[in-house]
Design a protein around this ligand. Structure first.
Ligand code: SF4
Ligand code: SF4
Length: 411
């Protein structure tokens, strides 16, 4: 296994980490026997960083890891989990979640602790209610070792959060399709320059870049002088970049683990040739031409005075148009839309919030007629499912909060 260094601590971490949100399931639950086998196989072969979260597998991932890492495996790995910030209402909630996570994971420390999917507004709110104090205190008590955050909003907000706390690391969505969206290449370079280790999630966009690529993309891969799977091309593109410290992969098959380990062992920073980089660049450009709305995520249209998250609306819309070939993919995209812009994880910033004021029109270098295209996005996503997801999600959050209060009273 290749290792890269966490700049601020000098710690060596493997270039491939295990994303613990896609274990094999049986009857709606994690298939513990199969998943333990896969996990231990990966650890025994050098994948010694595990990334989970409170919500993964509907809350089953952390307790499963607590069991799967018994018998000496806990000591072999660096364990990462995340504070579900959208469920946090008070400073005390942060301690409550962290203590519950330590107990679920059956450990006395989290090696890498992240604020989960934080954004511009949620970060400001968390600061107001004492997140900086929480992180400092948890570090002093040895409950967390390294502090970081995961992120899905725009580059500008990302850089602001990077500057706001002496983080050891961050976790960004980055792949050949997201080079210029979310934190993007600019955010990656910025964080690395500031001394943060940058871990990457969704290297294959939830597997979409690996499975059944559109015919135009397949043509480019097939014409390359070296024959590699689309997954290998996408992973090599990441590890070629020295600013990428680690890539997380949500692996659920032995063949996938073996392929990823083999590529991780073979790819050094700067190892792609110019021809290979050009091929990948052609693939990225072709993917972008297949997009329904030619939005590059540049953010020039932001902020919208009414609060629409224009790039996120277009990003999710493009994704479902490119990859939404199954019912699951379409439902998943609708869920993502409700979560990201429907107000479930922060402020309501959905396409239907647009008031057609026209402020954004002159700023788009792609000359997108933004309000018209937002109407299209709204028509696509904001149907019955959306309202059920929003209201169901809110009721779920309230219920969760009520049960938490009840538990606190009883304990
Ligand atoms: S036209 Fe719509 S999206 Fe554009 S700035 Fe006005 S409200 Fe925001
Ligand atoms: S300015 Fe245009 S291309 Fe840039 S994020 Fe806004 S809509 Fe997308």
């Amino acid at each position: 296994m290749q290792y890269r260094t966490v700049t601020k601590t000098g710690e060596q971490v493997p270039v491939l980490g295990y994303g613990c949100m896609r274990f094999p399931e049986k009857n709606g639950k994690i298939d513990e026997e199969k998943s333990t086998f896969l996990l231990r196989y990966a650890i025994d072969n050098g994948v010694t960083y595990l990334d989970t979260a409170w919500v993964y597998h509907y809350g089953q991932s952390e307790p499963f890891l607590g069991r799967a890492l018994s018998g000496g495996y806990r000591e072999k790995v660096k364990l990462a989990t995340k504070l579900p910030q959208w469920l946090v209402k008070t400073r005390k909630d942060m301690d409550t979640f962290l203590n519950a996570q330590l107990s679920r994971l059956n450990t006395n420390r989290i090696d890498y602790y992240l604020i989960h999917s934080v954004g511009r507004d949620s970060w400001e709110y968390l600061k107001e209610i004492g997140v900086l104090d929480f992180l400092e205190k948890a570090k002093l008590e040895g409950k967390i070792i390294n502090a970081g955050f995961s992120f899905h909003e725009d580059t500008r907000s990302f850089c602001r959060i990077v500057d706001d706390y002496p983080w050891e690391f961050c976790l960004i969505q980055y792949n050949i399709l997201d080079e210029y969206s979310q934190a993007g290449r600019t955010g990656l370079a910025y964080a690395a320059e500031k001394g943060l280790a940058v871990f990457v999630m969704e290297p294959l966009r939830g597997g979409k870049l690996a499975r059944n690529p559109p015919v135009e993309i397949r043509g480019i891969w097939d014409g390359a002088p070296v024959q590699r799977s689309p997954a290998e091309w996408a992973l090599r593109w990441l590890w070629d970049q020295p600013e990428v410290t680690m890539v997380l992969s949500g692996m659920n098959e032995l063949a996938q683990i073996s392929e990823n380990i083999a590529v991780a062992e073979a790819t050094l920073p700067g190892s792609l040739t110019e021809t290979e980089r050009n091929i990948i660049s052609r693939v990225s450009k072709t993917y972008r031409t297949l997009m329904k709305v030619p939005c590059t995520g540049c953010q020039y249209c932001m902020p919208c005075p009414y609060g629409v998250n224009i790039p996120s609306c277009f990003e999710i819309y493009n994704e479902v148009m490119m990859f939404g070939d199954t019912l699951y993919a379409r439902i998943y995209a609708k869920g993502r839309y409700a979560f990201r812009v429907g107000g479930l994880s922060g402020r309501l910033s959905a396409a239907s919030v647009c008031r057609n004021c026209g402020t954004c029109l002159s700023s788009c270098p792609q000359h997108i007629v933004i309000p018209d295209r937002l109407r299209e996005v709204s028509n696509h996503f904001e149907g019955l499912f959306y309202y059920l997801a929003i209201h169901g999600g809110k009721i779920g959050l309230l219920l969760h909060r009520y049960l938490q209060l009840l538990r606190n009273r009883l304990s």
